[in-house]
Design a protein around this ligand. Structure first.
Ligand code: NDP
Length: 281
């Protein structure tokens, strides 16, 4: 029998018009010859409960959540992954037999991208600039992957202290908050340094985090969450010092790949997805 019904996935957000994930997932579905669709859907905050019910009603395979729904969606889910539970935010939902399972693939995408560059986290010291949604997911996932120490450097003291306390209380890693003073020196014991802030995102491409760039050493692996542009001033400055760098495209592609596998059960065509994204930017 011929099947005219496509399997549905997508993203709920507001605003959501400029979210490029659909391009990446649709390229992957096509490459794997899967009759799946990825819909970019505007859902206002007050409509989130109804929208989540519609995931069940339309028998969707799942949905991504972006701003402002990542935290607010939790009461409408049946189950959370351990990482999503600690992070307190969900970016991917899988629907099976009417049950909604929440996962957070932001941090997992980062860790997968890091490993693809030949880096490991076991016993490493990680320094993260930022304590927002992306930094939080990355910090938790680095801790769950064996990082020994996580330094959190953030402009707002309250958020920075809260994230360090979360890592200490909910994971086996040690963590401390370091106030972001001007021209801050990166702790000498840092193995992996991550810009988890929004500094440098297009159109503000001439901005870079206020750190003492002479304190970035050649033995450090330096990463950025910013994917547009992917060659940020932060990474360029780190490269000048001889450090190995990992850009934000890898994280974006790897989390989209994880979502693809969670929804379809198939291995993701990562190279196709990366190429689709590269063309987009
Ligand atoms: P949030 O708004 O949750 O957090 C922003 C963070 O940046 C906060 O820690 C904030 O500090 C800090 N920040 C912003 N401006 C400055 C500044 N001028 N000086 C110092 N600190 C600053 O955003 P998200 O965490 O959700 O996203 C952060 C970035 O990560 C975005 O650009 C997003 O596009 C990118 N991202 C990339 C992904 C990828 O796959 N590559 C995935 C998810 C996000 P404070 O707490 O003091 O306000």
């Amino acid at each position: 029998m011929k099947n005219y019904r496509a399997e549905l996935t997508g993203v709920f957000g507001d605003p959501v018009d400029d979210n490029p994930t659909g391009v990446v997932e649709e390229a992957a579905f096509a490459a794997k010859n899967l009759n799946y669709r990825y819909l970019t859907i505007k859902v206002r905050p007050e409509d989130l409960e109804t929208a989540m019910n519609s995931v069940r009603i339309f028998d969707m395979r799942g949905i991504n959540l972006t701003m402002p729904h990542k935290i607010k969606v939790i009461p409408y889910l049946d189950e959370l992954s351990p990482a999503a539970e600690i992070i307190g935010a969900v970016n991917t939902v899988i629907q099976k037999d009417g049950r909604l399972y929440g996962e957070n693939t932001d941090g997992k995408g980062f860790v997968t991208a890091l490993k693809a560059f030949g880096e490991t986290l076991e016993n490493k010291t990680v320094t993260i600039l930022g304590a927002g949604g992306a930094a939080r997911a990355i910090a938790v996932e680095c801790a769950l992957n064996g990082a020994r120490q996580i330094h959190i450097i953030n402009r707002s003291q309250e958020k920075g202290m809260e994230l360090a306390a979360l890592i200490r209380s909910r994971t086996k890693s040690d963590s401390a908050y370091i106030p972001w003073t001007r021209n801050i020196v990166i702790p000498e014991d840092t193995d992996i340094l991550i810009n988890g802030t929004s500094i440098g995102f297009s159109p503000n491409v001439t901005e870079k985090p206020d750190v003492d760039y002479t304190s970035i050493r050649p033995n450090m692996c330096v990463c950025d969450v910013i994917f547009n542009p992917c060659d940020t001033l932060f990474l360029k400055a780190a490269q000048k010092n001889g450090a190995k760098t990992v850009n934000g495209l890898g994280m974006l592609v790897q989390q989209a790949a994880l979502n693809f596998t969670l929804w379809t059960g198939e291995e993701a065509p990562v190279e196709v997805m990366e190429e689709a994204l590269r063309k987009e930017f």
